[in-house]
Design a protein around this ligand. Sequence first.
Ligand code: NDP
Length: 371
Amino acid sequence: MSSRRDFLQRLTGSAITLPFIGAYSAAAAKNTVIQSAPDAPVLKVAIMGLGSYGTRVAEAMQACKRAKLTGVISGTPSKIKAWQGRYNIAEKNCYNYENFDSIKDNPDIDVVYVITPNGLHHDQVIRVANAGKHVISEKPMTLNAKLGEEMVAACKKANVKLLVGYRMHFEPKTLEIIRQRKEGDFGKILFFQGLSGFIIGDPTQWRLNKQLSGGGAMMDIGIYSINGSRYMIGEEPVWVTAQETKTNPDKFKEGIDETIQFQLGFPGGAVASCLSTYSLNNLDRFFLDGTDGFAELFPSTGYGPIEGRTSKGELTQPHVTHQTVQMDEMAAILLDGKQPIVPVDGEEAVKDLKIIDAIYLAAKTGKKIDL
Ligand code: NDP
């Protein structure tokens, strides 16, 4: 990673300011409060891929104090036009997939947020890095750990920062459980259960196309249980076992996992038992158990409100719009060098991708895979 000074130098003269919009809605969420001065610099963001999640991020950013949507990159001219009208985006800040390398000459853009299908992130992130801009990639960062490492290396070489859209890393109830676990409130952690799934619709969508998705439910939703097991337990797993089941091979073709059950072993003795599926709803629950107490989030990773309790009682941290908090916090990371409580950088994403690689191998071979 580049030093804080490098980032500040990179941004000197290019950061803009927005008026202070009053008390931050997450003010009560102590862990995520942005302590910004009224004239704190604002991160200028271009979104690449104006699809369903890109639209959600753009809407959420309207409430940001430290991030502003200033540019778009899209393959669909009609969307560009609509976004220009809705968000007041200058013509010179609009790009397509052929010409976006010239973003390097645009001082109105500090960072590009890549929100395209998974299989495109690798090349697009590297192109943005080579254009000298910071990058945020959506999850999964790419299709496997090797490609992920290439992205991390390219961003390092270009001296830009690579972040990943792990919005739960800024969610107040999640952070409160992490705080309590660090305080030792749950005693020795020995068990985590992660349930992640939904019934996927349209069989023609890119999520069911191996080249664009890299896999099935595991890449899309199972990754929440993988990432969640790591931040809830607070350790890195050392082994993986996995079992795959498929009830609809017409819809879930070769290489597209419908359901995978997997187990992760942690050095402190904890075991995680998780389910990832595209064939069941109501699966969005984390449960952490230790010798002195437990924590539960249900729902645990949806857009919210997240609900939860621990052995000490209900969690009462307020609901926040995840993407608003994420983008304000990412602005603080990129502009001020702030360290998030749970990392959101490319290395963090590579850890998840290594586990995904191992889960697929374990499911295929039936063997326990050491990490
Ligand atoms: P969508 O299909 O809704 O949007 C993807 C957009 O990418 C398209 O609208 C299109 O935008 C662009 N695109 C470029 N090339 C292609 C292509 N070959 N096929 C399809 N689209 C293309 O997907 P989502 O917005 O749901 O997902 C995008 C990314 O965001 C994924 O990586 C996904 O995992 C992640 N995501 C993360 C979530 C989170 O909570 N963190 C939630 C949902 C998704 P254009 O027309 O402008 O070029």
